[in-house]
Design a protein. Sequence first.
Length: 149
Amino acid sequence: MGMLKEFKEFAMKGNLVDIAVAFVMGASFGKIVTSFVDGIVMPLVGMLTGGVNFNDKVWVLKDAVPGVKDAGGKVITPAVAEVAVKYGAFITNLFDFIVVAFSVFLVIKAINKMKKEDPAAPAKPAEPSNADKLLAEIRDALKKTEEKQ
């Protein structure tokens, strides 16, 4: 029973709950960024590059070969899938990363700015009271009379 209680205390600590919330928000943010890049950024980039759809860009290393069957349905030559480097998808994911990295940079910058509050100017010493001023005058007057003697 002690281990269960210890686990409950661990799971309910603020840091673990904060991490779980951040994880869920990060996953949702990733979907938003992907939607933004796929739906807004890449079409604009495609227009600037002459209507290129980057998701369709591939470098074919080996063409696909369709399977060949005889009249009885027996496979004579098996089908071979296309072997290709999908560099267009990589470019799109690179844009995703740049948007996420820039967003995180802005959030961290804002957090650091909030943490760096300007230190308050040192408070002025309190103005001496009238009694203190009067005592200082008396002290100064006594010093002058002592110096004359």
